[in-house]
Design a protein around this ligand. Structure first.
Ligand SMILES: [Cu+2]
Length: 157
């Protein structure tokens, strides 16, 4: 029936609008991926970052073994530490996800580095990132870009 189809269309539109600006949550088997975010980059910046949390609700460990995104030539998981005014960053082969634990990728720690951005990341856009886990498989998530200088995901409304 045409009226019902139209109503369904309106409802879908309403839901899409209502969820805009909220934080994002994904499930892949026993893994819960929450609040991915990135930060806008200035035009000369070669690299971008992605942060998120991964909760392993399983009783078995898993591992984040690969990351990829079409917005950059390469994506890698990095860790970093800041000591005084010296910050060090290094490549991490994989991220252990112990059972029942939440692993947080956040500023000044673990992060996904987008190396060789094809164009600057602009605030309010989203872009796909594919995460591959040893046991749970792969998932592509939408990562919202927060403004330059943001220190966390926006809370939405
Ligand atoms: Cu890095």
């Amino acid at each position: 029936m045409i009226l019902r189809d139209m109503l369904g269309g309106f409802l879908a539109l309403f839901i899409a609008v209502a969820s805009a600006g909220q934080t994002h949550h994904y499930k892949l088997g026993p893994l819960q991926i929450d609040d991915p975010w990135s930060r806008a980059t200035v035009s000369a910046a070669p690299n971008g970052v992605v942060y998120l949390t991964i909760k392993n609700t399983s009783t078995a460990p898993d591992k984040l073994i690969d990351v990829a995104s079409p917005v950059s030539d390469q994506a890698q998981v990095h860790d970093m530490k800041v000591e005084g005014d010296v910050s060090q960053m290094w490549l991490v082969g994989s991220v252990e996800l112990p059972p029942g634990r939440t692993v947080t990728l956040a500023p000044n720690g673990l992060h996904i580095m987008l190396l060789g951005l094809k164009k600057p990341l602009e605030a309010a856009q989203t872009f796909p990132v594919t995460l591959t886990f040893e046991k749970a498989g792969s998932i592509t998530i939408d990562v919202p870009v927060e403004p330059l200088g943001a220190t966390g995901p926006s809370q939405g409304s």
